[in-house]
Design a protein around this ligand. Sequence first.
Ligand SMILES: CC(C)(COP(=O)(O)OP(=O)(O)OC[C@H]1O[C@@H](n2cnc3c(N)ncnc32)[C@H](O)[C@@H]1OP(=O)(O)O)[C@@H](O)C(=O)NCCC(=O)NCCS
Length: 181
Amino acid sequence: MSDRYAIVDLDPADTVAIARIAGLLTAAFPHWLATADEALANVREAFAPDRVSLVARSGDEVLGWVGGIADYSHAWELHPLVMREDARGMGVGRALVTALEARARERGALTLYLGTDDDGPAPRTSAGGVDLFPDPLAHAARLASFGHPVGFYRALGFTVVGLIPDANGPGKPDILMAKRL
Ligand SMILES: CC(C)(COP(=O)(O)OP(=O)(O)OC[C@H]1O[C@@H](n2cnc3c(N)ncnc32)[C@H](O)[C@@H]1OP(=O)(O)O)[C@@H](O)C(=O)NCCC(=O)NCCS
């Protein structure tokens, strides 16, 4: 599909694309960004100097968006990532993450990390719906995914590096993953 789309820096003046990305965020993450204003603020925050904001577009169409944050001297956080529903499963999410990896590497990062929540109505990983204490690391080491984005990140070379128990409520952890750049 690469001949039909491009990955570019999101233009702060491109209010149409910004609004479309905000729409993707509210649709994909209703618990986190419930309103259009919250989602718009989130997209605009990603224009800060310590951040990278990359959009996959096909002409005027927005296919997906990824943000990166220079959180540490040598580790960047991938946050957030969203693909338009009808553009998923075609390798564009992978291409966005690969483009972010290249940017982070250019700016001296050694590690790219992220948190991915298992916070839906039904658990989609073995770490959801259970008490992770007293040994969260044992749960992290044997984490299984049932259609959760953990599987996507694993396909891209990320590994589970930890769990934040009950981050989103009882039995709804955040799963921490990282990749060497
Ligand atoms: C997760 C998401 C970004 C993936 O993007 P995508 O464009 O559909 O993924 P790709 O087509 O690039 O897939 C890349 C690889 O990951 C695999 N993959 C994708 N989703 C997967 C899943 N849920 N479980 C296991 N593997 C998965 C693909 O099969 C593909 O593998 P391959 O290259 O070996 O064939 C997309 O589904 C999405 O936007 N979901 C909703 C928002 C979301 O969950 N964001 C992440 C929150 S942390």
